[in-house]
Design a protein around this ligand. Structure first.
Ligand SMILES: Cc1cc2nc3c(=O)[nH]c(=O)nc-3n(C[C@H](O)[C@H](O)[C@H](O)COP(=O)(O)OP(=O)(O)OC[C@H]3O[C@@H](n4cnc5c(N)ncnc54)[C@H](O)[C@@H]3O)c2cc1C
Length: 405
């Protein structure tokens, strides 16, 4: 780190001074990027389609020294440790609630497990004093010119920026506008998932219990930080979604149809669905793209390399935000140098874990034989340990660069 004589400011902190960067999406990767960009002096705006930070979803985790190293550099590690759910174990049961197998806490919970809403809020709070956040809006048109990118919005006045980053998740709007239609890049992996919360009248404990029939999984757990609330989480085999992603009533109908007639706690869980105010619903899909950057556009997080429920979405999103901002700062804002360097580093890292992941097949094997094989395998300690060690090793990279700040 070097200091400019006279100003007292560090050169890293000035590296992006005055650069106008627009980030689409205030989930996890977007606020993390806003944190770093503003540290390097960029004028950063984050536009989020939801009217406020989204609160649905469950626990997400970080594992291994690379994830923890980036959290420490951001100064949020201790805060997240204090918010840990201390959950992570997963108990698989039959329709009478008898245990089939239990996965160890570090399989699902990694080194730190927090609720997604807590993570998103902490990252937002660490960037909101320096970045501009615009909620309830989205980009509708992008036009690249010699001077920058002319951006039009659904609600706000148009503006010109130097760079646009799509951190807007699996169904990214920036990807559609700047790279091409979703069908070219997002492969449906044969499943949908949904999560919602409700008053914990079932008396659910904090260790998630999951019940399977072929092609379907229903699970329930008490909220790790408010035991009076509980969350339902379901995964089910389903064709590609052909209705509007914003159509919550239609999502609820699909879930009710998929789980009708099942036993265990399923009837009670379906009973809470109608009153759920926020529903997290998605297809289980994998994003595959030949390029994550082009011209003055870059994709980050799930928009670029997402696998729904892939397990490392938050960790790789955070590492990607750190690398993207760091490469821009190292190139003093020259996107022609920085974006290929970012893509090169992240391809080697995020590309590795993304390749074979299909969480649907693991959570809800589609046949009775598949279910039996999975259950038999995960009763053994060896298979459980192998899962934990392979996911930690995929999350870890020895060559995470240091960027001057
Ligand atoms: C509501 C929700 C709940 C989730 N729950 C879980 C979970 O329980 N477990 C798990 O492993 N993963 C979950 N995920 C996925 C996980 O958060 C991501 O894998 C990870 O955070 C990667 O972060 P991201 O910032 O790239 O994407 P995301 O966290 O998906 O954030 C993308 C953000 O972009 C916004 N957005 C979408 N389209 C537009 C647009 N056109 N313009 C502007 N903004 C837009 C979204 O509203 C969202 O806030 C959830 C995602 C969401 C959105």
């Amino acid at each position: 780190m070097t200091t400019d004589r006279g100003t007292g400011r560090t050169s890293g902190q000035d590296a992006l001074h005055g650069m106008r960067i627009l980030v689409s999406g205030a989930g996890v990767a977007g606020p993390a990027l806003a944190y770093w960009l503003t540290r390097y002096g960029a004028r950063t705006t984050v536009v989020e389609t939801a009217p406020a930070l989204r609160t649905s979803g469950f626990a997400v985790d970080f594992r291994g020294p690379t994830h923890l190293g980036v959290l420490a550099r951001m100064g949020v590690l201790d805060e997240l440790r204090a918010l840990q759910t201390h959950g992570g174990a997963m108990r698989c049961v039959d329709e009478h609630g008898r245990e089939i197998f239990t996965l160890p806490a570090d399989f699902a919970g990694g080194d730190i497990e927090v609720l997604r809403r807590d993570l998103s809020r902490v990252l937002y709070e660490h960037s909101a004093d320096r970045a501009e956040y615009v909620f309830g809006d989205r980009i509708t048109r992008l036009t690249e010119t010699a001077e920058g990118v002319h951006v039009e919005f659904a609600r706000s006045a148009p503006r010109t920026v130097d760079l646009v980053v799509g951190a807007d998740g699996m169904h990214s709007g920036v990807r559609r506008l700047a790279f091409g239609p979703e069908r070219d890049f997002v492969k449906h992996l044969g499943y949908c998932l949904a999560g919602w919360d409700f008053p914990n009248d079932l008396g659910a404990g904090t260790t998630p219990e999951q019940y399977n029939v072929p092609g379907r999984m229903a699970s329930v757990a008490a909220d790790g930080r408010d035991p009076d609330r509980a969350g339902a989480f379901v995964v089910f085999a389903a064709p590609p979604v052909d209705h509007d992603w914003q159509d919550t009533d239609r999502h609820k109908e699909c879930i009710a149809a998929a789980f009708a007639g099942l036993r265990w706690h399923v009837p009670q869980l379906l009973g809470t669905l109608q009153d759920a105010s926020e529903l997290y619903f998605d297809s289980i899909s994998r994003v595959r793209m030949p390029h994550w950057t082009t011209g003055r556009y870059a994709l980050l997080g799930d928009a670029a390399w997402g696998v729904t429920l892939g397990g490392m979405g938050v960790g790789t999103g955070l590492v990607g935000a750190y690398v993207l901002a760091g490469e821009l700062a190292a190139a003093r804002g020259d996107h022609r140098t920085a974006l290929p360097a970012y893509e090169h580093r992240m391809r080697r890292y995020a590309g590795r874990w993304q390749r074979g992941a299909n969480p649907g097949q693991f959570l809800a094997p589609s046949s009775a034989t598949g279910l039996w094989v999975r259950n038999s395998l995960f009763r053994t300690r060896t298979a459980q340990r192998l899962l934990v060690s392979s996911s930690t090793s995929l999350a870890t990279t020895p060559d995470l660069p240091e960027y001057a700040l």
